[in-house]
Design a protein around this ligand. Structure first.
Ligand SMILES: C[S@@+](CC[C@H](N)C(=O)[O-])C[C@H]1O[C@@H](n2cnc3c(N)ncnc32)[C@H](O)[C@@H]1O
Length: 411
């Protein structure tokens, strides 16, 4: 088999699972492959998803009739690889070989060969705009930020995201760029468990934006802090590393197992509880609560490029209602004068700015508190005192996840 064919064939199959069956990337299993080929297949599939729209625009110029999805996915993969600079002959030969491997696609080998050889020399995406966000997401974002910002967000989301680490002082760490907010940024693919300091638990993977909610909460040593909706636990580790007495709660047992594994690796401690926060009751009040609520995850599309193809926004009203219920319950678990940071990895005002405005209206005396967060530019704060983080912030450094966070204070 020619070099790279197994990984490319698997990437095309993964794309079929996502685009044909509506499954999320993490739920689609790559067939029997070496770990290296599996990693390559997942990476290729994710890359194609980031450029699906431009790839289809290029292909539609060369196709008279829509081919079956399995064929189109192999063509998309080849066009995207070409756009990213892979040599034409390797890409074309692999695509043709993949077609010949299966009886149901073998008769398309000639078409695939002809279409790919007809592509002009150079970058097939030249002059094209990046892939657009889906309509349900794009429209409210254009309304909130304008077209130019949305195009800038889309440009960042078309790129492979960097790998950000949250560091523990005094532990070994890999070499990378230290961001103004303190996260360490690495470029290019990395085998996380092989990086210096992993075994010693000196750091954990956490997007630079995702590291800010725990910093905004500013936990103090010995404080009783609840991490509500905690799994897989990046924020739990931050709270525990600050010396707080942490209770970490999540509804999902398999996700909670990941929090426990993360605590074991880092040697940090937290009390872990698997329960539905809509029914659970604490034994006593907390000094501080971090509520990283379930949401559309629309701020994480560059890490989860499958999301726009699998979600259609129809679960948004239920998510917004759940966030409000979780927020009101959690406020009831704070001591008088206690603080709560609400965060969502969403770009939508409904799950951020509007959610907090509604909480203030429902809870008299509750206030939003702006804090001094080192490295955070003044214009990331909203007039209402929340922090709106957008993927196009620090675009030249690789961007960040979209988030909204606000620190609330009880009277
Ligand atoms: C955005 S994720 C949390 C990420 C986590 N804070 C971190 O930093 O790793 C939202 C979490 O909410 C949990 N969740 C959803 N509904 C819940 C509920 N009713 N009670 C408790 N946890 C819930 C999900 O299982 C999911 O792990």
């Amino acid at each position: 088999m020619a070099e790279g064919v197994a990984a490319r064939a698997a990437a095309a199959e993964i794309l079929g699972g996502i685009l044909g069956e509506g499954r999320m990337l993490e739920d689609v299993s790559a067939p029997d492959l070496s770990p290296a080929d599996r990693a390559r297949a997942l990476r290729l599939a994710a890359t194609v998803l980031r450029h699906l729209e431009p790839a289809d625009r290029v292909l539609d110029r060369h196709l008279r009739k829509a081919p079956p999805l399995a064929v189109r996915n192999v063509l998309r993969l080849a066009v995207v690889e070409r756009a990213l600079g892979a040599p034409a002959h390797g890409v074309v030969n692999a695509a043709v070989e993949i077609m010949r491997q299966r009886k149901r696609t073998a008769h398309f080998a000639g078409l695939v060969n002809a279409v790919l050889r007809a592509l002009p020399e150079g970058d097939p995406f030249q002059g094209q705009l990046p892939q657009r966000l889906p309509r349900w997401l794009r429209q409210p974002l254009v309304h909130a930020h304008g077209r130019e910002v949305v195009t800038a967000i889309e440009a960042v989301q078309a790129q492979e995201p960097p790998l950000d680490l949250t560091l523990r002082p005094g532990f070994p760490a890999p070499e990378g760029e230290v961001l103004p907010t303190g996260s360490l940024r690495l470029r290019g693919p990395a085998q996380v468990s092989a990086l210096p300091g992993y075994q010693a638990g000196g750091w954990w993977v956490q997007d630079a934006a995702a590291a800010l909610p725990a910093r905004l909460l500013a936990p103090q040593a010995g404080e009783h802090v609840l991490d509500l909706c905690a799994a897989p636990g990046g924020k739990t580790l931050q709270l525990a590393a600050a010396g707080a007495e942490v209770t970490a709660l999540d509804i999902s047992a398999p996700r909670m197992a990941r929090v426990e594994a993360n605590l074991r690796r880092t040697g940090l401690t937290a009390r872990t509880i698997t329960a539905d926060a809509l029914h659970w009751q604490p034994e006593g009040a907390f000094d501080a609560i971090l509520l990283d609520a379930p949401c559309s995850a629309s701020g994480t599309i560059r890490r989860h490029p499958d999301l726009p193809f699998v979600k259609d926004g129809s679960d948004l009203p239920a998510l917004v209602a759940l966030q409000a219920r979780l927020l009101d319950r959690a406020l009831g678990w704070l001591r008088p004068g206690g603080r709560l940071v609400f965060s969502t990895c969403s770009l939508l005002p409904e799950e951020g700015e509007d959610q907090i405005a509604a909480a203030l209206a429902r809870n008299p005396g509750l206030t939003v508190e702006r804090a001094d967060l080192p490295g955070v530019p003044a214009d990331w704060w909203t007039p209402a005192g929340g922090l709106r983080l957008r993927p196009d912030y620090w675009a030249e450094r690789g961007g960040m996840d979209g988030f909204y966070l606000a620190r609330l204070r009880l009277p």
